[in-house]
Design a protein around this ligand. Sequence first.
Ligand SMILES: *Cc1c(COP(=O)(O)O)cnc(C)c1O
Length: 332
Amino acid sequence: MNLAKIPRRGYLQGPTPIEPLENFSQALGGRVNFWIKRDDLLPGCGGGNKTRKLDYSFADAVAEGADTVITCGAIQSNHCRLTLGWAVKEGMECHLILEERVKGSYNPDASGNNFLFKLMGVKSLTVVPGGSDMKAEMQKLADKLSAAGRAPYVIPGGASNPIGATGYVACAQEILQQAFEMSLNFDHLVVPSGSAGTHAGILTGLAGNNAGIPVSGINVSRKKQDQEEIVFELAELTADKVGAPGAVSRRSVNCFDEYVGPGYSRPTEGMIEAVKLLATTEAILLDPVYTGKVMAGCIDLSRQGYFDSCENVLFLHTGGSPALYAYLESFR
Ligand SMILES: *Cc1c(COP(=O)(O)O)cnc(C)c1O
């Protein structure tokens, strides 16, 4: 793999930190050393994983001569917040289509990312019912904008196509380099598995380097089997793109669906415990929709002894804390 061949905008400012979670590890019994990769500290308004992907997506948009971007997400979407943020920086118009996955949950006056959409001057915001064909909705809008003389570029949900996932191939390489420099070997990596670009990119980057580090993906919406198929398919396409065809094996794709709870974005006891534990032991903010549930999985798996053969486990913190402020009731 030679990622230097693939165009990107240069949104990163060097590697994000890898920090030890000493207090947190002690709170879990001290058998395993947990570490955290701080992608919540990536540049872009509010930070988070989408910046790595959008670095590549916007490069493609610029190459195509776009002056407008369209994307989609849930009503508190971090991906929409970061796409809008980078569009502002690039001087492009940004249009968002939001899926109301939990009926009646869209509140135009809600805090969190919803507030930031308006603060950063989103050009248009369309809310559609849960289960809508988001791709078709985005295309409809793109056609309308093209007819009006704009040059729109559609970024898929979560920027999870091979272009966006390349950002997490690069992240896997970054982790390997940092671990080398720290003389540290990670025995296991825990990542979120949502629109799948993060998980697929990490798997591709590790496999393309023959790293031999197992990865556990923690689901935030889908069933295990469905999610694993989506991750594998995207990893195969991503591996083709970055020059490592066939690198990722189906066996290496492992997802847990036990921590989703009643559904996407719906709070769980485990999520609340995880958000509170990271805040009180490490002063690190997780989020209610993604990283809180992923860490709930990490905590439960640790208690079950899943990591007992590991010395060092790395948790990928993909950001999302701006959404915390839309979930205050869950924490009262
Ligand atoms: C989007 C998102 C994820 C999931 O990443 P995918 O690439 O969509 O699987 C995890 N955490 C946060 C905070 C996110 O915004």
